[in-house]
Ligand binder design. Structure first.
Ligand SMILES: C[S@@+](CC[C@H](N)C(=O)[O-])C[C@H]1O[C@@H](n2cnc3c(N)ncnc32)[C@H](O)[C@@H]1O
Length: 244
């Protein structure tokens, strides 16, 4: 089933239960990653740059799962304070209880079992990463996702987003679009769709297509928060009012 703007609003984002069940069955094959992923190189570069002006760096991992990238990263950098948020984290811990000792060992990582779309935090984050969550968010929730993200990221903070890419061709999509797979939503993006969603609030958007990760061709989109102008503040207020 393809989705286009005409259908926008008809579909809901990935149901929480779908992920809870996958974790309960220890079927989270998307977690199999290693240090060769582009995201690792990109976070290292950003940390190096931020270290020149900050002694402590705040990182947020949206839809963190078992944190295959962020946990080893936080272990390595003792100037990084991090939060991972995932609405299925209780189920993740039930299936992988050993994860807790890794988290406790760092002493610098807090994990929150909650829906990202209603998450608020002080302080804001210098780096936000989303590896495989936004592409399960349906267009009807993009506005809410963006408002949450904007409220959570520092004025010139970095956002690293890993998403299914249109080059995947699994679903015969030749341009950005989405469909319902079994009972959950998937959206395939490219640089144009990402620019149209994030371009008003983020600059320097760069796409790196990474090839196959488990069943899918994924891409990493790197971008930096634009410093807000009066117009951006106004837009944010409208968005918050629309989403209220
Ligand atoms: C494909 S998995 C990726 C997990 C992890 N980032 C990784 O790379 O292994 C997507 C994750 O997003 C979480 N998720 C989806 N929608 C969410 C939401 N609205 N709030 C919080 N977590 C969400 C799911 O529970 C799941 O763990």
């Amino acid at each position: 089933m393809n989705i286009n703007d005409k259908n926008k609003g008809k579909y809901v984002s990935a149901p929480k239960k779908y992920f809870e069940d996958r974790y309960k069955n220890r079927d989270d094959r998307w977690s199999k990653r290693d240090e060769s992923f582009e995201i690792v190189r990109e976070i290292e570069l950003i940390i190096k740059e931020l270290c020149e002006s900050k002694s402590i760096i705040h990182l947020l991992d949206i839809g963190c799962g078992r944190m295959p990238i962020s946990l080893p990263f936080i272990e390595k950098h003792n100037n990084v304070l991090a939060i991972g948020i995932d609405w299925a984290f209780n189920e993740i811990l039930e299936s992988y209880p050993e994860l807790m000792s890794g988290i406790n060992k760092t002493g610098r990582l807090r994990v929150i079992n909650s829906d990202f779309l209603s998450f608020e935090s002080i302080p804001k984050f210098d780096i936000v990463i989303d590896l495989g969550t936004f592409h399960h968010i349906a267009p009807i929730d993009w506005g809410t996702y963006l408002s949450s993200l904007i409220n959570l990221i520092t004025e010139d903070g970095y956002f690293l987003l890993e998403s299914f890419h249109v080059d995947d061709h699994n679903w015969g999509l030749s341009k950005p679009g989405g469909h319902i797979r079994k009972n959950y939503y998937c959206h395939y993006h490219n640089i144009d769709s990402i620019k149209s969603i994030f371009g008003k609030d983020f600059s320097s958007i760069k796409e790196t297509v990474q090839g196959k990760h488990w069943e899918h061709v994924v891409a990493l989109f790197k971008m930096q928060r634009r410093r807000p102008t009066k117009a951006t503040h106004k837009r944010q207020r409208w968005r918050r009012a629309e989403n209220a």
